[in-house]
Design a protein around this ligand. Structure first.
Ligand SMILES: Cc1cc2nc3c(=O)[nH]c(=O)nc-3n(C[C@H](O)[C@H](O)[C@H](O)COP(=O)(O)OP(=O)(O)OC[C@H]3O[C@@H](n4cnc5c(N)ncnc54)[C@H](O)[C@@H]3O)c2cc1C
Length: 426
């Protein structure tokens, strides 16, 4: 049998594409390499699936925040092209995402701007997509089927699978994801297949991941602490990105949402041999001068306190200890013996300690992949390849990555739905 449409990858984007095309009456075959579809959806949002974000809208007042949320090394924001992300969002914003899920029986609610299923269970989302595929009566999902290659056939495209089977369809959606967390399915084969069609792949690096440093003493002392802070990432001495939020200290380095948000810049810079440094402000809500006045006041009020105790009113003890180690000032030194220079040294360490970044957590521990098929080679109105008619490319396989907050899944649904609609209408 020749299908109207074949979808490689039954993840977020592939399932959204299949539901859409199936509802429009197309016969659709989804080939998924894992034993069940949507494994990554199940893991998303700590099992709650942060499926979109209310900032994803064409409202002019939300535009700055929206464009700051997506990054790409394809020139998608150039003035000549209206911009890939803008095109996609103008067709499918967060309201459309909520409507789409409502049509599958999933209602949503939000925490701040982050939108989740009302059940707060990622499984609800994955199961609803699979049920919606079944309900169309024209979508077939084959699991445990890894596609090795795609060949152009006179009827369209033929997929050759690892188990020796072959399937043919008139149109093809490549929705195989990036390279993050192979255990959840995406193993980079999408990039290889896209490249076999002549597509240019922007080199991929892990993003939304923790960072490794070369200061084992500090991180051994601070491991396990979560504390509000600002992280500024410098590449070859120039600030590339900065974020405030709850930083998590691990035995090897830095983690937590603000670190995740800046990690793609570290990954890109390290892969090109640049020097990467993270500068931390451990007390972002306190200016340097106010901090100095506070600490000198405390040392006068409590001259017999150990210096570690002086910091206890403003910072986690383990973190204070790590900071003092960095300054070479003994934690037990009496406050009355601290010189003005030493107080300044402590303030500086609290406000701007620097750490060399030596690596990222790697693809196996990253939430998304930065890089992939160049956006310049895909039509944002349809998701069709500009190189190969009938081939559509969607989701994380494309060269964009969003920050935490529902931005990545949103683009997976959006690009999948646009491709599913275009492929079955044309
Ligand atoms: C732990 C974790 C938590 C996350 N939480 C969130 C969140 O809360 N909100 C958010 O917006 N984003 C989140 N993300 C990111 C988000 O899940 C992804 O961006 C999104 O799933 C990408 O969708 P996709 O369809 O492009 O790829 P995927 O969902 O990865 O789907 C690709 C599918 O293709 C299959 N496949 C790959 N190669 C082949 C092949 N050769 N043959 C057959 N099948 C193949 C894979 O098995 C997989 O099922 C999270 C990611 C992780 C890892």
């Amino acid at each position: 049998m020749i299908f109207d449409l074949m979808v490689i990858g039954g993840g977020a984007s592939g399932l959204a594409a299949a539901v859409t095309a199936g509802r429009l009456g197309a016969s659709v075959l989804v080939l998924e390499r894992m034993k069940e579809p949507g494994r990554k959806i199940l893991a998303s949002g700590n099992g709650r699936c942060n499926l979109t974000n209310q900032n994803i809208s064409s409202d002019i007042d939300k535009e700055a925040r929206l464009f700051a949320a997506y990054r790409s090394d394809s020139d998608f924001s150039s003035a000549s092209d209206e911009g890939f992300i803008r095109h996609v969002i103008s067709r499918f914003d967060s309201k459309k995402a909520e409507e789409f899920f409502a049509s599958t029986g999933v209602l949503t609610h939000s925490r701040g701007e982050y939108v989740y299923p009302r059940s707060d269970q990622a499984k609800t989302v994955r199961d609803a997509l699979v049920r919606a595929c079944e309900e169309t009566g024209s979508v077939r999902i084959i699991t445990g089927c890894r596609v090795l290659d795609i060949a152009c056939a006179s009827e369209g495209f033929t997929a050759a699978c690892e188990d020796g089977k072959a399937f043919t369809a008139r149109k093809l959606i490549l929705a195989a994801g990036g390279r993050s967390q192979e255990k959840l399915g995406s193993d980079g084969s999408g990039e290889r297949i896209a490249a076999s069609f002549g597509h240019h792949i922007i080199p991929s690096v892990p993003a939304l991941c923790s960072l490794k440093t070369d200061d084992p003493g500090f991180f051994r002392a601070a491991a396990g602490v979560r504390s509000e802070g600002r992280v500024a990432l410098y590449i070859d001495g120039e600030m590339a990105s900065e974020e405030i939020g709850e930083i998590q200290y691990t035995s090897t380095g830095l983690s937590g949402i603000p670190v995740f948000q800046v990690s793609r810049y570290a990954g890109k810079a390290l892969s090109s041999g640049s020097g990467v440094l993270a500068r931390l402000d451990l007390l972002p809500d306190m200016g340097s001068e106010a901090l100095f006045i506070y600490l000198s006041g405390q040392s006068k009020a409590h001259p017999d306190y150990a210096v570690l105790d002086l910091l206890s009113g403003i910072l986690n003890e383990k973190l204070s200890f790590a900071v003092l180690e960095k300054t070479d000032i003994a934690a037990e030194k009496a406050a009355c013996k601290l010189s003005k220079r030493e107080l300044h040294k402590i303030c500086n360490a609290l406000k701007e300690s620097s750490f060399n970044i030596t690596g990222t957590a790697g693809f196996e521990d990253s939430q998304v992949t930065s890089g992939g098929v160049s956006l310049n080679e895909v039509d944002p109105d349809t998701m069709m390849s500009k190189l190969v008619p009938g081939l559509y490319i969607t989701g994380e396989l494309l060269d964009f990555d969003g920050i935490c907050g529902g931005y990545n899944l949103h683009m997976a649904w959006a690009t999948g739905i646009i491709a599913g609609r275009s492929a079955s209408e044309s």
